[in-house]
Design a protein around this ligand. Structure first.
Ligand code: ZN
Ligand code: ZN
Ligand code: ZN
Length: 193
């Protein structure tokens, strides 16, 4: 039984959550051309959603309309987004905005199935099209400039970590590495500016 990663308490108290509307609205951030991350994400979306459907069927899980909409919303942007931004992106349904708990439940499911990751450093979520196992070490390279996130598996790093954890007899639940900085494209832009 997988336990929920989200206590309902902390997140439901709307006041503490930052409403960062600028970041929710993706494709038009500033100077025209979408960055590489935006193009990659847009290219992945269709196939990734179809694969999520197929995997759910195979596992006898239901990709309900809300779960699917949340996943689609995450593929609508190359930036990690918070639950409240997802609510904004989805907009009202039958005249009512989605309750945060509805979004968190959908996210819980999507994380459990390996379709989405939570970035602890941002309290935000990002779609994962890679279909790797839950125990694989993934490194997130988070660009502070364009907001893009590259997810990379690093086998040598993974091996070193597995050895270290075995020596400690520590059982990892979420082996995730989050590195913030400037992506290759953005750092090149800075140097040439
Ligand atoms: Zn992943
Ligand atoms: Zn960048
Ligand atoms: Zn980018």
């Amino acid at each position: 039984m997988a336990e929920s990663m989200f206590g309902t308490g902390g997140h439901a108290s709307g006041g503490a959550q930052k409403h960062d509307h600028d970041r929710a609205h993706h494709h038009h951030d500033g100077d025209g051309e979408p960055c590489r991350h935006a193009r990659e994400r847009a290219a992945e979306a269709g196939e990734a959603l179809a694969r999520a459907e197929a995997i759910c069927k195979e596992r006898r899980q239901r990709l309900t309309p809300i779960r699917r909409s949340v996943l689609a919303a995450l593929y609508d942007t190359h930036k990690p987004v918070g639950a409240y931004e997802i609510i904004d992106i989805l907009g009202p349904q039958d005249g009512k905005t989605h309750a945060p708990i509805t979004i968190y439940r959908a996210l819980d499911f999507l994380i459990e199935q390996g379709f989405v990751h939570r970035l602890a450093s941002r309290n935000a979520f990002i779609a994962c099209p890679h279909g790797h196992g839950p125990q694989d070490l993934v490194a997130f390279l988070i660009c502070d400039d364009c907001g893009g996130v590259d997810e990379r598996c690093a086998p040598p790093l993974s091996q070193a970590l597995v050895q270290m954890l075995a020596a400690e007899q520590f059982k990892p639940r979420h082996p995730v590495l989050e590195i913030s900085g400037l992506c290759g494209h953005c750092s090149g832009k800075r140097e040439s500016a």
